[in-house]
Design a protein around this ligand. Structure first.
Ligand SMILES: Cc1cc2nc3c(=O)[nH]c(=O)nc-3n(C[C@H](O)[C@H](O)[C@H](O)COP(=O)(O)O)c2cc1C
Length: 178
């Protein structure tokens, strides 16, 4: 596998993006949490759902990736990536998850996923309930894209998945492979 798409997804929105990117690019798609063999891999595109800032499955991808391989990280979250403060937050948190040398040769993209509260497991339901009751108490000037997205969608089913937002990722893959 010289080039591969990997994903970390709990509820399926990230997997949908990864599968769409696989169809668009012709690259094979694997669940990062199944620890695929990445020996000989030159380019890995990792798509991961955001969970309290962590990129799902990225740890497993980083463990398996050869040292000199190129990495693209694509985050999928509820908060709007059109908000620069949200992107800055996500990047700050990625810098804590990825070694500096790997980060220096990585490209990072941000997409919007979705949430269906009826499908959340008990731990995630409890976490969201605690986070929302804390966010509700914040004055508006202290709320950010993350807290706003959480409060606006709390208890609902929302789906912001838009395959056309994969276009910049596809362009970067084509450039890397040319
Ligand atoms: C417990 C929990 C924590 C979350 N943390 C974040 C977050 O930090 N930032 C964000 O933008 N979205 C956050 N989300 C929303 C998910 O990133 C979003 O639902 C995403 O589409 C999930 O991907 P998946 O369906 O592939 O698992 C969180 C959702 C849950 C349930």
């Amino acid at each position: 596998m010289e080039s591969v798409i990997l994903y970390g997804s709990q509820y399926g929105t990230t997997r949908r993006y990864a599968e769409a990117l696989g169809r668009m690019s012709g690259l094979p798609v694997h669940n990062a949490q199944h620890k695929p063999d990445l020996a000989g891999c030159r380019l890995a595109v990792h798509l991961g759902g955001l969970y309290a800032g962590g990129v799902k499955g990225l740890k497993q991808t980083l463990q398996a990736l050869p040292q000199d391989a190129r990495l693209m990280i694509v985050t999928v979250g509820l908060a709007d990536p059109a908000d620069p403060a949200n992107v800055a937050n996500i990047r700050r948190s990625i810098s804590l998850q990825v070694p500096p040398a790997v980060l220096a040769r990585s490209q990072i993209f941000h997409l919007r996923g979705g949430i269906d509260y009826s499908k959340l497991n008990l731990m995630h339901k409890t976490m969201m309930s605690l986070l929302c009751s804390h966010a509700k108490k914040l004055p508006p000037e202290k709320q950010n894209a993350e807290t706003r997205a959480m409060l606006e969608t709390y208890g609902k089913q929302v789906d912001f998945v838009d395959e056309s937002t994969l276009d910049p990722v596809l362009a970067a893959i084509r450039e890397a492979l040319s």
